[in-house]
Design a protein around this ligand. Structure first.
Ligand code: NAD
Length: 492
């Protein structure tokens, strides 16, 4: 997943994406409980972040419907886990084909509920399809760990049971697929719960599951941030696969502790990028800018702090400022838009607080305010001469506001980059790859890139260090997290 993939996705147009609206596609949303598409006990309004107005309403589950989905997933588990893995894989492929057939509509719906520019929505759907196909091609064979004249030791990977898949609002489809695909291949059943501000694409995915999978294997509910604790604490849920903020991740861990559930927590980040003195400002600035502003800065692995050597500090700030001023901000459905709005009102208010902090504690090179129009639009903002203890440098801004910090000694830069409770990603930028590798090896994070950022491969383990997470997603290792390793130790 990198800039090249994004460019490619921009060129993808399914037949349905030629239509200008997808009103039909958004007219009707239902929960998925035990294979049936049903009304919610209530409803909630879904806002289009590009207008600040209601897009449609979504069904909202109550506690009784939560009990129904967990019971449905539990009832479906024995037959699904007994289904041969290759048959489960074939159904994942069917799901991928079903999503592919509607990718244009899914992408437009995603832009309308999430705000991201349409090419990025198309990219997210394309990656989601790739994710289903990637996991469908994997296997979980038993492994002989030891064999001699007296004993044979075999490791099996057995399904866990019901998996709760809880997702945030920045990449609602992709982060759902990262969980659903390995959970299903591993023989588990699923209760999916999207964020309340982006439930629509997950509900539409539920419709694909209703057409493709046996009843109860995947269930979808929507809440208003009020059913999370009951779901993650439910005794019939075996594993929670969660992506969201560190604060909520801690609550998930606490409520899951009652039955010692398996957990994968992909949480917040405050990724530092360090630019060494030998980097070419004109060459690195566009790449750094793209990695900081992807999804309007609302990516867990966006660059959120930039440390630049004193000797090229002014040049890098100038380039970043120019790029920010040239960025076209607007409705993601408009063809020229390069950056969309923030996803929701709460995030908009939060980022306004960071802008205020930036104006007070630093020098704004470009941007610094909100757009004077309806919707949650923030100007891409570059801030220089700001201290490490400013809120913008210490906290996760999750918005298009990048602090650029100066350093003169590399040991000092590394210490400052590591001085955080987060540890999701980081990057080092230099014209000398070996030198950059040496610095990268000293950054405390799950992934550290050299001369790039944001590049995550399906076959590459993705994990957060420190308070950025627990466990691994994607890759064979990520698949195995949806299983229980069982050792069978036989006497001969
Ligand atoms: P959030 O933590 O507010 O919400 C995430 C999900 O948790 C939503 O579905 C929400 O309804 C649910 N939830 C809320 N309270 C809950 C509870 N008590 N128990 C269980 N579930 C509960 O996060 P967000 O604001 O939607 O997303 C932004 C955050 O997600 C950022 O911190 C970002 O860095 C992080 N994120 C991390 C990754 C990663 O892979 N590490 C990827 C994307 C986003």
């Amino acid at each position: 997943m990198n800039a090249t993939d994004l460019d490619r996705a921009a060129a993808v147009r399914s037949p349905s994406s030629r239509r200008t609206t997808n009103e039909e596609f958004i007219s009707d949303f239902k929960l998925l409980i035990k294979g049936r598409l049903v009304e919610g006990a209530g409803t909630l309004d879904v806002i289009n972040p590009a207008t600040g107005r209601t897009l449609t309403s979504a069904p909202r589950a109550d506690r009784a419907q939560l009990e129904q989905v967990v019971a449905a997933a539990k009832a479906a588990f024995p037959a699904w886990s007994a289904t041969p893995l290759r048959q489960r894989a074939a159904l994942l492929i069917k799901l991928a084909e079903a999503l592919e057939a509607e990718q244009g509509d899914f992408a437009r719906l995603l832009t309308r509920e999430q705000g991201k520019p349409l090419p990025q929505a198309l990219w997210e759907i394309a990656q989601s399809i790739a994710m289903l196909r990637y996991f469908a091609a994997l296997d979980l064979p038993p492994e002989v760990l030891h064999e001699d004249a007296t004993r044979k030791v075999v490791r099996q990977h057995r399904p866990l049971g019901v998996v709760a898949a809880i997702t945030p609002w920045n990449l609602p489809v992709l982060l759902l697929m990262i969980k659903v695909a390995p959970a299903l291949l591993g023989g588990n059943t699923v209760v999916a719960k999207p964020a309340p501000t982006t439930p629509l694409t997950t509900l539409k995915f539920g419709e694909l599951c209703a057409r493709t999978l046996p009843p109860g294997v995947v269930n979808v509910i929507v809440d208003q941030n009020d059913l999370g604790t009951a779901l993650t604490g439910h005794p019939d849920v075996a594993k929670v696969a969660f992506t969201g903020s560190t604060a909520t991740g801690k609550k998930v861990m606490a409520s899951a502790s009652g039955t010692l559930k398996r957990l994968t927590l992909e949480l917040g980040g405050n990724d530092a990028a360090i630019v060494l003195d030998d980097a070419d400002p004109k060459e690195v600035a566009p790449k750094i800018y793209a990695a900081a502003m992807f999804l309007s800065g609302q990516a867990c692995i966006a660059i959120k702090r930039l440390y630049v050597h004193d000797s090229i500090y002014d040049a890098v700030c100038e380039e970043l400022g120019r790029l920010a001023r040239e960025t076209a901000v607007g409705d993601g459905l408009e063809p020229d838009t390069q950056m969309g709005p923030l996803q929701n009102q709460a995030q908009f208010e939060k980022v306004k607080g960071f802008l205020e902090d930036a104006r007070r504690n630093g020098t704004v090179v470009a941007g610094g305010g909100v757009l004077e129009r309806q919707g949650y639009f923030v100007q891409p903002t570059i801030v220089r001469d700001i201290a490490d203890d400013a809120r913008l440098a210490r906290e996760e801004q999750f918005g298009p506001v990048l602090p650029v910090l100066r350093y003169s000694d590399i040991d000092d830069a590394i210490a400052r980059a590591n001085d955080t409770d987060f540890g999701l990603g980081g990057s080092v930028w230099s014209s000398d790859r070996e030198r950059a590798f040496g610095v990268a090896a000293r950054i405390h994070a799950g992934t550290v890139w050299v001369n790039k950022h944001l590049d995550v491969g399906l076959d590459t383990p993705f994990a957060g260090a420190k308070q950025s997470g627990i466990g691994v997603e994607m890759s064979q290792e990520g698949l195995e997290e949806f299983t229980q390793a069982t050792i069978i130790n036989m006497a001969k």
